[in-house]
Design a binder for this molecule. Structure first.
Ligand code: MSP
Length: 513
C-alpha cells in the first residue's frame, strides 16, 4: 500500500438540474488533482456523486410528474454520463438515496446526539427551497434571500444542532490551520461570519417526506445539508471501520463553489467536531462562471454545457481552456471567442507545433530514431523545465493554482520553441549533423517531460504524445521526470500524428454563436 494517501471530493450535485459547465468545472478541478497525486505515487480516493433528497428535488419531481426516486435516477444518470464525457477518474459515485449513505448519515446523527449536541425544539423562520437554507429575518433583502432565492415561512417541530456552542472551537481551528480554507480571502469571510455569532441550526423537517428519517423519530427527516455532507463519510464505507476509511479519513481536500462554502467551512467542521471525528485538511472554494458577461441560469436560458464544448473544441482543449483561462478561486467569464483564441495559441500553435516540428525532423533527418545526446547543449533553462521545476509544479497543484500550472507548461513550450528557432536544426543537416542530433535529442527530451507534466490536465493528449515516443506505462509518473529515464539513443520513435489540430477560421466564425 502506498504510504501517502489523498482523499478528494466534489460536492454532490443536486439532481433537479441537468449538469452544466459550472458542475463540470468543479469536477474537472478535482479530477486534475486526483490524477496528479496518482502520478506522484499517492493512493488516491476521488469521490463524486449526487444529492438527491430535499424539498427542491421533491418539487422538481412533482413538476415532472414522476416519483422523486425515478426523477433522481434520471438526473443522476446524466451526472454519471458527464463524468464519462469529461473522463473524470473518480473512484466512486455516491448517491444519497443508496442504503450505504443513509446508514452513514444516520450514524453521524447518532454520534452527535449521543454526545449531547442535538435537541428537540420548534422552528419558526424563513427557508429558501432553492438554496435549501434557513435565513434570518435580518438577512432578507426585499423579502428574498441574499442569493435572490424566494423564501417561505416555516413553522414546525424540529431537531436542532447546538451550532452556537462551536463558535470558539471553529475560530481556533481556522486560526491554527491557516490553510484549512482557501483562498485566503474566503477564509477571512468565513471567520468574520463566525465571529458575528452562530445560532443553533434546525436539522430536521416534518412537513415533507423526501429524505432520510431521523434515527428514533421517523416523523422527522434530516435537513438535506446534514444528509448531503455525510456523503464524504459514506463514500468510505463509514460507519464501518473499513480499510478505506482508515486509510483515507480525514479528507485531504473538499473542492466546491463559493456559494456553498459556508456549509462546508462552518456547518461541516462543527458537525464533525460534535461527532468527535477528525476534520478535513483543506476546503477550497472556487469562483463562478458567467456566460458572455451574464449569470448562467436556467431562466436566462444561457447555460453552457460541457458536451457542447467537447464536441466543438475537443475534450482536452476544453479542459485546458477551463483551467487556464481563470485563476482558480476567482470568477470567470465564458466567451467563445476567448476559448477559440486560447486553444489555438496555447495548444495548436505552441505545444502542438513543438511536437509536430520536432518529431517530423527526427523522422525526416534521423530515420525516426532517437538522436544522439550531447548534454553540453542542454541549456540550463530547458533542463530546469524538464527536471528541477517539478517541485514548482507540486507546489502549484497543492495550492490549486491550475492557471499557473498551465502557465508553467506554456513557458516550457515557449522556451523549447525559441530554442528550435534559434538552433534551426533543419539547416544543420548538411553543415553540422552532430549538432543537429544534439538539438533534436534535447527537444525530444523536453517533449517527453512536457507530456508527462500535462498528463493530469489533458490525459488523452499526454498519452498520445508519450505513445509516439514509445514511453512505457510505468515511466509516465512524476518520478520519471529525471534524466535517467530519458529515451535511449537509437530507440525508435513513431511517426507524429497531430495532437492539437488548429481550429479553423470557420470555427472562429462560429465561435460567436
Ligand atoms: N447539493 C449541493 C452540494 C452538497 S455537497 C455536500 C449543491 N449542488 S449544486 O448542484 O447546486 O452545485 C454543485 C457545484 O456546482 C457547486 O460547487 C457550485 O458552486 C457549482 N456551480 C454551479 N453553477 C456554477 C457556475 N455558474 N460556475 C461555477 N460553478 C458553479 O450545491
Amino acid at each position: 500500500m502506498p504510504l501517502k494517501s489523498f482523499y478528494i471530493t466534489t460536492p454532490i450535485y443536486y439532481v433537479n438540474d441537468r449538469p452544466h459547465l459550472g458542475h463540470a468545472y468543479t469536477s474537472l478541478a478535482c479530477d486534475v488533482l486526483a490524477r496528479f497525486k496518482r502520478q506522484d505515487g499517492y493512493a488516491v480516493k476521488f469521490l463524486t456523486g449526487t444529492d438527491e433528497h430535499g424539498q427542491k428535488v421533491e418539487k422538481s419531481a412533482q413538476k415532472a410528474g414522476i416519483s422523486p426516486l425515478a426523477f433522481a435516477d434520471r438526473t443522476s444518470g446524466q451526472f454519471k454520463a458527464l463524468a464519462q464525457l469529461m473522463q473524470l477518474s473518480n473512484d466512486d459515485f455516491i448517491r444519497t438515496t443508496e442504503a450505504r449513505h443513509m446508514r452513514a448519515a444516520q450514524s453521524l446523527w447518532q454520534r452527535m446526539q449521543e454526545r449531547g449536541h442535538i435537541y428537540l425544539g420548534s422552528y419558526a423562520g424563513w427557508y429558501a427551497v432553492r438554496d435549501e437554507a434557513y435565513y434570518q429575518e435580518s438577512e432578507l433583502i426585499g423579502g428574498k434571500a441574499p442569493t435572490g432565492a424566494e423564501v417561505e415561512w416555516v413553522e414546525e417541530p424540529s431537531y436542532f444542532f447546538n451550532l452556537s456552542q462551536w463558535q470558539e472551537k471553529l475560530l481556533a481551528w481556522y486560526r491554527n490551520n491557516p490553510d484549512c480554507i482557501a483562498p485566503a480571502s474566503r477564509r477571512n469571510e468565513v471567520m468574520r461570519f463566525v465571529e458575528g455569532g452562530l445560532k443553533d441550526l434546525s436539522i430536521s423537517r416534518t412537513t415533507f417526506t423526501w429524505g432520510i428519517p431521523v434515527p428514533g423519530d421517523p416523523e422527522h427527516i434530516m435537513y438535506v445539508w446534514l444528509d448531503a455532507l455525510a456523503n464524504y463519510l459514506s463514500g468510505l464505507g463509514y460507519p464501518e471501520q473499513t480499510e478505506e476509511y482508515r486509510q483515507f479519513w480525514p479528507p485531504s481536500l473538499h473542492i466546491m463553489g463559493k456559494d456553498i462554502l459556508r456549509f462546508h467551512a462552518v456547518y461541516w467542521p462543527a458537525f464533525l467536531m460534535a461527532a468527535e471525528l477528525p476534520l478535513p485538511k483543506r476546503i477550497f472554494a472556487h469562483g463562478w462562471w458567467t456566460v458572455e458577461g451574464e449569470k448562467m441560469s436556467k431562466s436566462l436560458g444561457n447555460a453552457v454545457f460541457a458536451e457542447d464544448l467537447v464536441a466543438r473544441y475537443g475534450l482536452d482543449q476544453t479542459r485546458w481552456f477551463l483551467l487556464r483561462e481563470v485563476p482558480f478561486g476567482q470568477d470567470g467569464n465564458f466567451a467563445r471567442e476567448a476559448a477559440y483564441a486560447r486553444i489555438n495559441s496555447d495548444l495548436a500553435n505552441n505545444i502542438g507545433n513543438l511536437v509536430q516540428r520536432t518529431l517530423s525532423l527526427v523522422h525526416k533527418n534521423c530515420g525516426g530514431l532517437m538522436p544522439a545526446a550531447n548534454p553540453a547543449v542542454f541549456e540550463a533553462e530547458l533542463q530546469a523545465h524538464c527536471y528541477r521545476r517539478t517541485e514548482i509544479l507540486r507546489g502549484l497543484m497543492d495550492a490549486q493554482q491550475f492557471h499557473l500550472v498551465c502557465e508553467e507548461i506554456v513557458q516550457m513550450a515557449n522556451a523549447a520553441n525559441l530554442y528550435i528557432d534559434r538552433m534551426a536544426p533543419w539547416a544543420l543537416k548538411k553543415t553540422d549533423p552532430k549538432k543537429m542530433a544534439n538539438v533534436l535529442n534535447v527537444l525530444v527530451e523536453v517533449i517527453r517531460c512536457l507530456a508527462i507534466k500535462i498528463s493530469s490536465l489533458m490525459p488523452n493528449s499526454s498519452s498520445k504524445i508519450l505513445d509516439m515516443l514509445n514511453i512505457a506505462a510505468h515511466q509516465r509518473d512524476l518520478d520519471s521526470l529525471s534524466p535517467s529515464c530519458g529515451i535511449a539513443e537509437g530507440a525508435a520513435l513513431r511517426e507524429p500524428v497531430p495532437v492539437f489540430p488548429r481550429l479553423s477560421d470557420s470555427d472562429a466564425a462560429n465561435a460567436g454563436g
